[in-house]
Design a protein around this ligand. Structure first.
Ligand SMILES: *[C@@H]1O[C@H](CO)[C@@H](O)[C@H](O)[C@H]1NC(C)=O
Ligand SMILES: *[C@@H]1O[C@H](CO)[C@@H](O)[C@H](O)[C@H]1NC(C)=O
Ligand SMILES: *[C@@H]1O[C@H](CO)[C@@H](O)[C@H](O)[C@H]1NC(C)=O
Ligand SMILES: *[C@@H]1O[C@H](CO)[C@@H](O)[C@H](O)[C@H]1NC(C)=O
Length: 470
């Protein structure tokens, strides 16, 4: 399913469920504590997943019985979230995805958020909230840029003006950028979004920026932000690098302090044309924003693993990357979450925090209580993204495809192997990760359950949460 192991993929969420996987260097995590994920060039994500409901397996044998809820989440009172009144949450979306992806947030993750702004390339009512047209103030000149064709069409003719190709999920070319109107428009939203946020609530301490496939855990966010001073210029997010620009990955979610937001908004307002020119020459809008912040002296606080590029199904909670182990860190977001994923995780989130003793939600808590119960010895049509190809012995280069049991045996014989996977062509892969994984036709996946349980035991419980603070 993926050109690169999922957890090293850098995914740009875009309008319509088209996504790109971006190629970048594999870094030796344990040796490189100060290296961002370097992005060399964008590449197509070779999948046609229908993202609205792709990650829930049909077979629920392996999942814990979800007890029927007497009440729907929307009928429940909001639990207190002290500090949320000082936060503006900005969710960025677009006309080609908003109706699929926004309603679920409004009934779950955004339901109890007092200050929220949905920015889009089209103003409309969605599930009772009005989206803000992020381009309402751009110049006539910029509107003649071909990237704005979709915007101009929608503004003139509304949703009826969308064409089939606007909704195209996968580009037809095998190389280069996808010919997707929503994607091309997306990079232009970042700086105007900063202006919209400032205009909407100039007095907030924190501005949290999310995308429509990003899942936020609010108690963790508030506990984290509480340790910073919003009058300092702060930019916190998942470190990425294009060329020599270090910036926060948009889909992972990032935050600007009051001081940082006002500084960059002021700066950008003074030279909009120049930044339009710079945006034209770049392909990643989150990178443009990082450049602008750099110009006003705001450096990124590297916040992995609080925020990551992956969904909850692709997290390696037992492992290590970028010199850090996720286990004792609170998770602040997951990315590439479908509406069905969001509903499901929200149920867990709600139950977890309904226990008065649970102040935070750590990666270890999620792994132990949400992921581990879904792991199974073997799953059909499923990929856990096991990454290490098992090579045949050179003196016996058999062309026979292996059986899944032989693949399992190879994992069993390999110290540290927790999962294995066999593709349709009989190639066997092993892995030291323990990932829930995603549906994948023709792929078998398996987990050494006892080893996973031993690893959980060995890691144990975290005395205190670990935080990225500088
Ligand atoms: C995606 O799948 C859902 C459920 O199977 C279906 O209702 C919807 O029409 C699909 N969307 C697209 C764009 O294929
Ligand atoms: C957009 O332009 C109007 C009119 O000039 C102005 O009042 C408003 O503040 C601008 N909004 C933003 C977000 O820049
Ligand atoms: C919270 O912890 C206390 C002390 O350990 C325990 O007595 C109580 O039952 C716990 N509450 C819940 C809801 O688990
Ligand atoms: C896996 O997918 C194939 C092809 O769609 C199907 O025939 C088979 O029944 C599936 N296996 C399971 C266990 O669902």
């Amino acid at each position: 399913m993926l050109a690169l192991p999922a957890r090293y993929g850098r995914w740009v969420p875009i309008l319509a469920p088209v996504t790109l996987i971006l190629l970048f260097l594999h870094l030796n995590a344990s040796l490189s504590t100060r290296k961002a994920q370097v992005i060399l060039e964008p590449e197509l994500k070779p999948t046609t997943n229908n993202e609205t409901d792709s990650t829930i397996p049909e077979d629920t044998n392996t999942t814990p019985n979800p007890e029927p809820e007497p009440e729907t989440p929307t009928s429940q009172p909001c639990r207190p979230l002290p500090g949320i009144e000082n936060v503006l949450v900005i969710m960025k979306t677009g006309i080609t995805e908003a109706q699929d992806k926004i309603p679920v947030h409004l009934r779950t993750t955004l339901r109890c958020i007092p200050h929220k702004l949905i920015v889009s390339d089209f103003e409309e009512e969605i599930a009772g909230i009005r989206t803000h047209d992020v381009f309402r103030n751009v110049s006539e000149t910029l509107l003649t840029n071909s990237d704005f064709a979709l915007y101009n069409r929608a503004r003139a003719g509304g949703r009826d003006a969308l064409t089939q190709s606007d909704m195209t999920k996968v580009a037809n070319s095998a190389a280069g950028m996808p010919d997707n109107p929503g994607w091309k428009l997306d990079k232009w939203k970042f700086l105007p979004m900063i202006q919209e946020a400032r205009a909407y609530r100039p007095d907030m301490q924190w501005y949290v920026f999310l995308e429509a496939d990003t899942y936020p855990f609010w108690p963790n966010w508030l506990a984290w932000l509480d340790q910073f001073d919003s009058s300092e210029k702060l930019y916190l997010g998942n470190q990425m690098q294009i060329g020599d620009v270090i910036f926060a990955h948009g889909g992972s979610g990032f935050v600007l302090s009051h001081a940082a937001l006002h500084a960059v908004a002021e700066y950008h307002a003074g030279q909009v044309d120049r930044w339009n020119y710079l945006t034209e020459t770049q392909w990643a809008g989150d990178c443009i924003l990082g450049m602008a912040l750099g110009q006003v002296g705001v450096d990124l606080t590297w916040s992995w693993p609080h925020v990551t590029t992956q969904s909850v199904w692709e997290q390696d909670a037992l492992g290590e990357a970028f010199g850090k182990m996720q286990w004792c860190y609170p998770a602040l977001t997951f990315h590439h979450m479908t509406p069905a994923d969001i509903d499901r995780l929200y149920e867990f989130d709600r139950r977890w925090f309904s226990n008065e003793n649970n102040t935070f939600l750590l990666y270890s808590d999620i792994f132990r209580n949400f992921i581990r119960p879904m792991l199974a010895d073997q799953l059909d049509n499923w990929s856990n993204f096991a990454k290490d190809e098992v090579k045949h012995e050179p003196e016996n280069p058999t062309s026979e495809p292996e059986s899944i049991n032989q693949c399992a045996e190879r994992c069993a014989r390999t110290a540290g192997c927790l999962q294995y996977r066999m593709d349709a062509d009989g190639k066997c892969y092993t892995s030291e990760w323990a990932l829930r994984g995603l549906p994948s036709p023709g792929v078998w996946s398996g987990t050494m359950m006892w080893r996973v349980d031993a690893a959980i035991q060995k890691k144990g419980h975290c005395e205190e949460p670990m935080w990225v603070l500088e």
